[in-house]
Design a binder for this molecule. Structure first.
Ligand code: ZN
Length: 504
């Protein structure tokens, strides 16, 4: 092996390891900040965390990293790499190129504007005053457009932002997928709303003892395959999963006394994210590829477990007795009625509270708006009107206030454009993966009804989890399902499931 390559491999591995260590520490700090760090210390500690982030950024974009990548991406270098290092090099190269494209001044301007914009957004949302947020948001959109020019794109400006969350994703790929899903979902929703036999979910909003909710969560988590000796369940305002390393993957939930769904399905959702991270090949530790490969694939794992497993009839065939034992108010409610209750569909204003079916329509509203904003087809001042028009077109309802409409999400205030599509992508991936599992394990749902979750976790681990970020999302979905992403599987799944529940 050429001496130069030997040296570059050695230096790259050391750098990759240092960055991974610092990022793991940073992840632990995030968990701490969101699960009960004393408020008084937050401003001071944020500065310490800022210093750590700056150090990570320096390493990622260092001259040393640049030199290593140059050698290791050459034909001579590539020929000498093992699979793990080759994938780590590809990952770091992508990061390096993207970071290098953005001038330090623009980066700084974005960070400062995002932090100010958050305060303005909170005020505007609280007072239902879009005009208050408008100039701040307009500036953020302008900064995003400048960012896009730095990144560059081939067809659509929005592609440059999509790629940041889902490598390789473009408007040209998404448009047909989303159009198909949207059209079919809007039609199905109309049919469900006209059903003469719509289920009721009133029972889920009775009073549910919070300690019992917690007990039930801790009862089902290990059964689903979550290793509690390699994780823990905490409380936070916005539930999340946080990976420190494969032996330490933490999840959080939030408890509502008058809503059984919130912590129950929130916990199953985060468990899906955690199974992914706990299942990554330990040989990838301390490298760039030791985490899930993209936001969309991650979301596929959480939504698969939450909706396709956790909201299925067989799942409750197995768990309903235990749930009834925890909550006496369900004692006289037949399983069939409970199953229908947890699968009610209702157009609503708030995305994060939406059901499995209408959720995607909330994403479509945001996708269409972000795309048009970045393309310069619409301007920020038109957003409240356009938002309401799209809500009416897709969901058949118009928010009475902007607080319940265009101002509801935090994402735009910090410049998180391009992120929303990952949620619906997750659903699309999940349905396509379900189709493959059912082909390979024909008794998939009988296994669930018998509580045999190990087989399912092993399948996911073998086919998806263990690979971490070894493959791009495009490569992974083809490897797992044998074809590129297509909307047909999710459409079919939703139609079959909800036609039955609504007795169409
Ligand atoms: Zn999630």
């Amino acid at each position: 092996m050429p001496k130069e390559v030997v040296k570059a491999i050695e230096r790259f591995k050391e750098l990759d390891q240092r960055i991974s260590h610092f990022t793991d520490i940073s992840a632990l700090l995030d968990w701490d900040a969101n699960t009960g760090a004393p408020k008084k210390g937050v401003p001071m500690f944020s500065k310490a965390k800022g210093t750590l982030s700056a150090e990570i950024f320096k390493l990622l974009t260092s001259e040393e990293m640049g030199d290593c990548l140059e050698v290791l991406t050459s034909a001579e270098g590539q020929a000498e790499l093992d699979d793990i290092t080759r994938a780590a090099v590809r990952y770091r190269k992508r990061e390096y190129d993207n970071f290098k494209k953005v001038p330090a001044e623009l980066h700084k301007e974005l960070v400062i504007h995002a932090s100010n914009a958050h305060t303005v957004w909170v005020e505007a949302k609280q007072t239902n005053n879009f005009a208050h947020f408008e100039p701040t948001l307009a500036k953020m959109v302008d900064l995003q457009r400048r960012l896009i020019e730095c990144y560059g794109y081939e067809e659509h400006p929005y592609d440059a932002l999509l790629d940041g969350y889902e490598p390789g994703l473009t408007v040209a790929k998404l448009d047909p997928l989303f159009k198909d899903l949207r059209d079919k979902t809007v039609q199905l929703l109309k049919r469900l709303m006209n059903s003469k036999d719509r289920p009721s979910n009133k029972v889920l909003f009775e009073e549910y003892d919070v300690d019992k909710q917690k007990e039930f969560n801790l009862f089902i988590l290990p059964k689903l395959g979550y290793d509690l000796s390699a994780g823990r369940l905490d409380i936070s305002e916005h539930p999340f999963a946080q990976s420190i390393n494969t032996g330490d993957v933490r999840i959080t939930t939030r408890y509502k006394k008058n809503d059984l769904r919130s912590s129950l399905f929130g916990t199953i959702h985060e468990c899906g994210h955690a199974l992914y991270e706990q299942g990554i090949n330990p040989a990838f530790e301390e490298t760039a590829i030791r985490r899930g490969t993209s936001f969309g694939i991650h979301e596929s794992q959480s939504r698969f477990l939450e909706n396709m497993v956790g909201r299925s009839y067989p799942f409750w065939t197995y768990f309903y007795d235990d749930l009834q034992r925890h909550f006496p108010q369900l004692k006289n409610l037949p399983l069939e009625d409970f199953y229908r209750a947890i699968n009610t569909v209702e157009p609503s204003f708030i995305r994060v509270e939406a059901d499995e079916l209408t959720y995607n329509l909330h994403i479509m509203v945001r996708y269409e708006i972000e795309k048009a904003l970045m393309n310069g087809e619409i301007e920020v001042k038109e957003l409240p009107r356009i938002w309401n028009e799209k809500m009416e077109e897709y969901l058949g309802i118009v928010p009475p206030t902007d607080t319940l409409g265009v101002l509801q999400d935090v994402h735009w205030s910090f410049g998180g454009f391009g992120y929303f599509p990952s949620y619906s992508l997750g659903n699309l991936y999940a349905a396509q993966i379900l189709n493959t599992i059912e082909r390979e394990i024909p008794d998939f749902y009988s296994l669930i009804a018998n509580g045999e979750f190990a087989v399912i976790r092993e399948w996911l681990r073998e086919n998806i989890h263990q690979h971490g970020a070894m493959y791009t999302p495009d490569e992974l979905i083809v490897k797992v399902t044998g074809e590129e992403l297509n909307a047909e599987y999710l459409v079919k799944y939703l139609e079959e499931k909800y036609s039955k529940i609504y007795r169409l």
